[in-house]
Design a protein around this ligand. Sequence first.
Ligand code: G6P
Length: 362
Amino acid sequence: EQINKGKYEHYMQKEIHEQPESLTTTMRGRLIRGGSSKRKSVLLGGLKDHLKTIRRSRRIVFIGCGTSYNAALAARPLLEELSGIPVMMEIASDLLDRQAPIYRDDTIIFVSQSGETADTLNALEYALENGALCVGITNTVGSAIARNTHCGVHINAGSEIGVASTKAYTSQIVVMAMVSLAIGADTISSKPRREAIIESLLNLPEMKDLAQSLISEQSLLMFGRGYNYATALEGALKVKEVALMHSEGILAGEMKHGPLALVDENLPIVVIATRDQSFSKQQSVIQQLKARKGRLIVMCTEGDAAAVCGGSGRVIEVPLVVDCLQPVVNIVPLQLLSYHLTVLRGYNVDQPRNLAKSVTTE
Ligand code: G6P
């Protein structure tokens, strides 16, 4: 069945704007608020019988490719915080190239929009052979990854047609936040934090207006850290894959170990400096980039523009949400930025040259 573009010119544009709805669908029936006890909790049917085993794991390992890997990276800090278990990141092909050790008491979470990516599937086969508990997070019911993992969660983002993943990314982060909440649900000390996150999840789809407020810029470097390191990587990936422009996501803590040499008055740099525990460090990064006359585009929390960049440079303001969900909001202007850049540069938005929606060969 042909899914049409409605009032939009491209699927990517449609899918970016659909995110308030796709996030609602992702969360439907899974977040419980209120009741007589006023308890807030998460219900993930596909995981509930395995939570005890997951809590006893020695490590949790995320495996994915492309945007799915970036979504897992965005969710990692919260999973570590709420589970107290070390969380490792693996790009599927790299894990296989290294034949990296996997243990019986590992939980491996496979993240894949299509559920059919060859490298991720091969890594699943390898993890099964090594006796690990395998969890699938996919957008495709009945896909190979959904079928062959021991348990899992569907992200229910609806079909994604544009080759560059957008709404699946935000739904994947939200699902992994819910998985983190479910794994951490037996820890009494983190209850207030978990409840604050659930409340914030329920309010997320209100970011609607944000999608309209984009300023197009030709961006190359993107600096992020903490929760938003993944946002820098994913923003740069979008610019690369659809706008066919070189772009690099950089961990801001590594700035002085190389990237600073590139900074001059010509190279545009996006700095993600929304409010969280990394904020003061990002302020200092901005000062250092300004001292070298860097051409900055600063993403900051609404109302922070003057404080963060003192009136100079371009600013993208975004609404404040709880720290661990800020990547869901922050990626939207960067998705729109890559979309508009692509249209302006005259490239194919929905089918970038040389790329495929699902990579089913190595
Ligand atoms: C391809 C797509 C990307 C996607 C990646 C992983 O490269 O173009 O958008 O992120 O595969 O795909 P998956 O279906 O496993 O999430």
